[in-house]
Structure formats: structure tokens, C-alpha cells
Design a protein around this ligand. Structure first.
Ligand code: ADP
Ligand code: MG
Length: 329
């Protein structure tokens, strides 16, 4: 194995050609072609924590599909199950029921060996605490090289420099984390997570300790990685600003996906580009729908509601009120 000392040797200082060195995410060192179709599928995912005699249902039938090359945000209040989901997707925890597959790996059924391989080569994770992402006594470049050494990969220094260049930190390669700002440390963390060319990059509150300007920069670095390498990215956060940086924002409430905001750019007749954001409620395969809490409170909807099927839509009425003979308008 390569020693830490060896990893810390200074680089040769020549500028690497990013395109040559950074193999696309579809050719991970796992050497297996990724199956076509969605890269992440969560099907009725349940995670129950048992604490003494108490059961906490952190995920209660969560469904999620992410296509290869997508960059999405998952937002939700504290305690809504975001980290639980990310820990499962990261291969650190297993679901109590339901299924989660990432890049062809069934996360509920991995043995120890494939779990290790999965965590090392298929996913990269960035945590909120900058200190959790980096080893303090290693330079930025050595931090990026470490996962490659563990995977037995060659050309480590070259690749580490190329990754640091990709996240805009080429000139800080020899710095230790303590001499870098919080934002710079998270950039290094992104490079570390990309070290082995993962198919999926997961980030749990990556900007939780940063101010809003720096947060915006980090989201843009992730966007850049997504465009340049085609890596699928899932960002979990309670920062509502994230939705300005991604095409799809999925909201989770009480351990279930509740709504989705899709963002697209539209060109108007005058040539101006406008950003259109539309919110949708999520309808799961069992036909379940979560109504926004504000709607429930405004109309006093509770326990049961009256559904009226019209030609092209469905009406929802408070149980006590009588819709005028629906259906024959
Ligand atoms: P979020 O990341 O959205 O804040 P979490 O996924 O951390 O939410 O937590 C979801 C729920 O599960 C919360 O009610 C939390 O208290 C509970 N929970 C999380 N981890 C554990 C654990 N290890 N043991 C018991 N309960 C947990
Ligand atoms: Mg969390």
C-alpha cells in the first residue's frame, strides 16, 4: 500500500489536461457497464429506528427516481428524514423495508465486500461538517489521493491535481485544511468525493456551515462537476436557495416525498430567457397524494374528503360540504 508520506510528496507542477485524466462517470473503475434506466430508484423505502421501546419512523414509504446525469435537490424541514435517506443511498445504513438500488446495486442486499466496493467506487459523499470530509494532517491533494490509494488506482497525483483544478482550487493543492476557508474545504471535499469517478455524488447539507454567497458558489461548483463529468448529483439541504441551482427540487415531509418543483428556462418572443418554476404534488404508485399543509388548514380538510371525478380533473371537497352534482357539468 502507498504510505501517507509517499502521498504527501510534492507534485511535479505540470498542468494536467482534465479531459485526459478525468474518466467519465460511466466508466468507473468498477469496470462494469452501468445498466440503462434510472441510476437511483427508491421504491416504498421504510426506515424505522428502534430506541428502547420506542419506534421512530424516519422514512415511511419514500419513492424517488433519479436519471443518470441529473442534479437534484431534496429539501425538507429538520427531522423529515433527509439524512436517513442519504445514509441509505451512501451504503452506510440499510432500509427496514422497501428497496433502494443505485447503479445496479441493491442496497438492502449487499454483502460486506460489495458494500465496501460500493462505498469506495460507486458513490461519493460530502458531509456538512467540513472536518468530517478531510483529514486535517494531509494536504488538499493528499486528501484527494487517499481514496484512490485505497482503491489501488494509479496516476493519483495527476488525477488529484485535475480534480482540484475542476473545483477551482489548483493553487491550494499543497495546503492543509486548517489553512483553507470553509468554502475552500468543501471544494476539496467535492474533489475527494470524486476521486474514484463515482456514478453518484451525494451531499448532505454541504453548505450548512457557509454563508449564503459561499453556498451559492458551492452549488455552482457542483453544477460545474455535473456538466463536465456527467456525474449524477443529489443534494440534501434545508436551504431553499438550492432550487435556483437545480432543475428538480423534491420536497420530503414526514419521510415521504410530498412535492416537486421543476425549473426550466423558456425563451420569450422578445428573445429574453425566463426561468419558469412549477410546483407539482407527488402521486405515488398506490395513488397516495400529500396535500400541502396550508391547503389543509385553509379549508379545514381532515380525516376524509369528498373526491369528484370530472372529465379532465379531480376535485377535493371538505367532507361536510356538498359539491353541486359533480360530473354532469
Ligand atoms: P433530517 O436529516 O431531515 O433532519 P433525519 O433523517 O436525521 O432527518 O431524522 C429523521 C427522524 O429519524 C428524526 O425524527 C430523527 O430524530 C430520527 N432519527 C435519525 N437518526 C436516528 C437514530 N440513529 N436513532 C433514532 N432516531 C433517529
Ligand atoms: Mg440531516
Amino acid at each position: 500500500m502507498t504510505s501517507i508520506r509517499q502521498l504527501e510528496e510534492p507534485g511535479e507542477g505540470r498542468a494536467p489536461v482534465i479531459e485526459e485524466i478525468l474518466t467519465p462517470a460511466s466508466h468507473t473503475s468498477a469496470g462494469r457497464p452501468r445498466p440503462s434506466g434510472p441510476v437511483i430508484v427508491c421504491d416504498n423505502l421504510v426506515r424505522i429506528y428502534k430506541v428502547a421501546d420506542l419506534e421512530v419512523v424516519a422514512l415511511q414509504g419514500l419513492d424517488l427516481i433519479v436519471e443518470p446525469g441529473e442534479m437534484i435537490a431534496i429539501v425538507g424541514a429538520s427531522g423529515s428524514g433527509k439524512s436517513t435517506l442519504l445514509n441509505i443511498l451512501g451504503g452506510l445504513d440499510t432500509p427496514t423495508a422497501g428497496r433502494a438500488t443505485v447503479s445496479g446495486y441493491d442496497l438492502g442486499r449487499m454483502g460486506r465486500r460489495s458494500r465496501t466496493r460500493y462505498r469506495r467506487e460507486v458513490v461519493g459523499v460530502i458531509w456538512q461538517q467540513t472536518g468530517q470530509n478531510l483529514l486535517p494532517y494531509l494536504s488538499a491533494a493528499a486528501n484527494v489521493e487517499l481514496p484512490m490509494a485505497l482503491a489501488g488506482r494509479g496516476s493519483r497525483r495527476e488525477r488529484a491535481n485535475a480534480l482540484l483544478q475542476l473545483v477551482g482550487l489548483a493553487d491550494r493543492a499543497s495546503h492543509r485544511p486548517e489553512t483553507l476557508s470553509g468554502g475552500e474545504q468543501q471544494r476539496v471535499a467535492i474533489a475527494v468525493a470524486l476521486a474514484n469517478g463515482p456514478a453518484v455524488l451525494l451531499a448532505d447539507e454541504p453548505t450548512g456551515e457557509l454563508d449564503s454567497a459561499t453556498s451559492g458558489e458551492i452549488f455552482e461548483v457542483l453544477r460545474h462537476v455535473n456538466t463536465e463529468l456527467g456525474t449524477t448529483i443529489v443534494i440534501v439541504t434545508h436551504d431553499p436557495l438550492v432550487s435556483e441551482h437545480v432543475e428538480r427540487t423534491v420536497a420530503i415531509r414526514d419521510g415521504r416525498t410530498s412535492s416537486v418543483v421543476l425549473r426550466r428556462t423558456e425563451q420569450a418572443h422578445d428573445g429574453e430567457h425566463r426561468i419558469i418554476a412549477e410546483e407539482f404534488a407527488v402521486l405515488d404508485r398506490a395513488g397516495r397524494l400529500q396535500l400541502p399543509r396550508a391547503h389543509l388548514e385553509t379549508l379545514g380538510l381532515a380525516d376524509r374528503v369528498r373526491l369528484v371525478l370530472e372529465d379532465d380533473h379531480v376535485e377535493i371537497w371538505p367532507a361536510g360540504s356538498r359539491p353541486a352534482d359533480g360530473g354532469d357539468r
